[in-house]
Write a protein that binds this ligand. Structure first.
Ligand code: TYD
Length: 214
């Protein structure tokens, strides 16, 4: 029997360390699903399509009106859903997205204070019937996230924001997680990579069991 296709999103403030874990989860899922001729498709937002990747450059580097930023994030998402996410899920493949709509609520809503009502309208417009089956929220206090960022590379527009912005972004992520507890799993990202991997292993096994049973 073919496993039910799953859509998994990864979230967290910049510097939370989610990227490190995406490759691990994707590789473990792919190893388990290859026997069923199922592909694990990894993507990201903003991005995921040629148009989306072009707009990503603009979104991450240029200053713009807050509502323009939110609308462009959802425009990129519309294209991503149409070109990549829905076709993959209809084939029975699995999709892992490095960020999805929760990031718009957290960054444009929490960080930049765009009304949650407006964001909900965009969410309803762009994907009224689609939600991730599982959202992994990598959660860390701001000082840990900042320390990780400063150690790495040239920062983009979001990464250069002040501590207050990330405080509000994290708060909105945690609010969303509390609102949708059946979809979210919060990972304490201050833990070591090895401990987080053990937690992820449990989640992966649950997901696979559930996908094969339904
Ligand atoms: P990020 O996912 O952190 O990629 P990298 O690890 O390569 O830097 O970068 C994407 C940035 O875009 C991140 O700062 C969050 C921001 N973002 C939003 O503000 N709203 C959104 O809806 C999405 C998807 C991302």
């Amino acid at each position: 029997m073919k496993p039910t296709a799953k859509f998994i999103s990864f979230e967290g403030i910049d510097g939370a360390g989610k990227s490190t874990h995406i490759a691990y989860v994707a590789q473990r899922l792919q190893a388990a699903l290859v026997a069923h001729q199922v592909q694990v498709v990894c993507s990201r937002e903003p991005g995921g399509t040629p148009l989306g990747e072009t707009l990503r450059e603009v979104l991450l580097q240029q200053k713009m009106h807050l509502e323009t930023e939110a609308l462009l994030m959802f425009a990129v998402r519309r294209e991503h859903i149409a070109q990549l996410i829905e076709p993959a899920l209809s084939r029975g493949d699995w999709v892992i997205s490095d960020r999805f709509t929760d990031a718009s609520f957290a960054y444009q809503g929490g960080g930049r204070h765009l009304s949650i009502e407006k964001l909900s309208i965009l969410e309803q417009w762009v994907h009224p019937h689609l939600q991730p089956d599982l959202t992994l929220l990598f959660d860390v206090p701001l000082d840990v996230a900042r320390a990780r960022l400063d150690a790495t590379r040239q920062l983009d527009k979001f990464e250069r924001e002040k501590a207050e912005f990330f405080f509000d972004t994290r708060t909105e992520y945690l609010r969303r997680a509390a609102e949708f507890p059946q979809r979210f799993r919060i990972i304490d990202s201050t833990q070591s990579i090895e401990i987080i991997r053990k937690e992820l292993d449990v989640l992966i096994d649950e997901l696979l069991t559930n996908a094969l049973a339904s």
